[in-house]
Design a protein around this ligand. Structure first.
Ligand SMILES: Nc1ncnc2c1ncn2[C@@H]1O[C@H](COP(=O)(O)OP(=O)(O)OP(=O)(O)O)[C@@H](O)[C@H]1O
Ligand SMILES: N[C@@H](CCO)C(=O)O
Length: 300
């Protein structure tokens, strides 16, 4: 028996929501098919992700799940990779969450969504050395997700009233172990005044999404801790964001650990202005890129 499941791309953090917010979008998807084999081993079949199951997010998630549930079958995992790797689009998390969904179905485990987030986030260790739950919560729940606890894992889906359109500006930048590097750049400690400003912005942004208040989203979706610490990786980001705001975008943020920039637009946004402005700015940096317009995935 073969079971196939998919997970879409996602953008984590959304400005001030480092490691606790994520948004699922239809731009790209991973499809993962699993099948029992008679070798007693986990085998990965995928064009461009690690063959070693311990080094593949999908494999590591299932290894932990099988250990916890004392399942000893051999499993073949075929990953049809649609989410481009290393670009801040939740590629690693898409594979692990799709694999966990498929395994849950194949063995009738009746895992809760939060349990599936737990096992999916475990796989992220293979990608960046740490089990961050944000991207994978999107792969399990869809929509906009808020991580309210990691021990135990608890996720709330945010029922957003304001449904912006999305533009992904995807620079062609390949940084080896990008998320691992980006996470090492985040300060371990911050001043209390920075914490107060960050929590105020996060709260305002969530209010904006929940109440459908465009200005609150724009005023809240700003971060001077994580995005600022990673500016060396994406020096063009500030110019792109202020250009997008000038073209009346709702707001913009770094997608996950970047380099992709997520721009929230609506009917008031001059999208052609953003397209030409992006070309001018990234041209200055000599960067190739692509722009993908997409929508929020409400759920699975
Ligand atoms: N199934 C998988 N899919 C994608 N990347 C994987 C997978 N398994 C392991 N990896 C490794 O994870 C790294 C890519 O993950 P990384 O977190 O850096 O980027 P991303 O997941 O594409 O973007 P982000 O996490 O910033 O949204 C690469 O080193 C890749 O080899
Ligand atoms: N919250 C994670 C997302 C990685 O996709 C980070 O910013 O490192």
């Amino acid at each position: 028996m073969k079971i196939k499941e998919l997970s879409y791309s996602s953008s984590a953090n959304l400005g001030p929501g480092y490691d606790i917010l994520s948004l699922s979008h239809r731009a790209f998807k991973d499809e993962v098919e699993i099948e029992e084999n008679n070798t007693g081993k986990i085998r990965i079949f995928s064009d461009n992700t690690p063959e070693d199951p311990m080094k593949n997010t999908a494999g590591l998630s299932l290894i932990q799940l099988m250990k916890d549930r004392k399942i000893k079958s051999g499993i073949d995992i075929t990953i049809n990779k649609g989410v481009p790797v290393g670009l801040g689009l939740g590629s690693s998390g898409a594979s692990s969450s799709a694999a966990v969904k498929a395994f849950n179905k194949m063995f009738d485990l009746n895992l809760t969504n939060d349990e599936m987030v737990y096992y999916s986030m475990y796989g992220e260790i293979a990608a960046c050395g740490s089990a961050h739950p944000d991207n994978v919560s999107s792969g399990i729940y869809g929509g906009m997700t808020l991580i309210t606890s990691t021990e135990p894992v608890r996720v709330r889906k945010i029922d957003i009233k304001y449904k912006p359109h999305l533009m992904l500006v995807i620079p062609d930048i390949k940084i080896e172990e990008k998320t691992k590097l980006a996470r090492s750049m985040v300060p371990k400690n911050i001043d209390i005044k920075d914490m107060v400003r960050q929590t105020s912005r996060l709260s305002l942004m969530l209010l904006g999404f929940l109440n459908g208040e465009r200005q609150a989203i724009r005023d809240g979706m700003n971060d001077e801790i994580v995005e600022k610490s990673r500016n060396g990786l994406f020096p063009f980001y500030g110019e792109i964001k202020s250009m997008a705001i000038d073209e009346n975008a709702v707001s913009a943020c770094i997608s996950g650990a970047g380099p992709t920039i997520l721009i929230f637009t609506d009917e008031r946004t001059n999208k052609n202005g953003i397209i030409s402005g992006t070309d001018e700015i990234l041209g200055k940096y000599g960067l190739n890129y692509k722009i993908v317009e997409t929508e929020i995935v409400e759920g699975y």
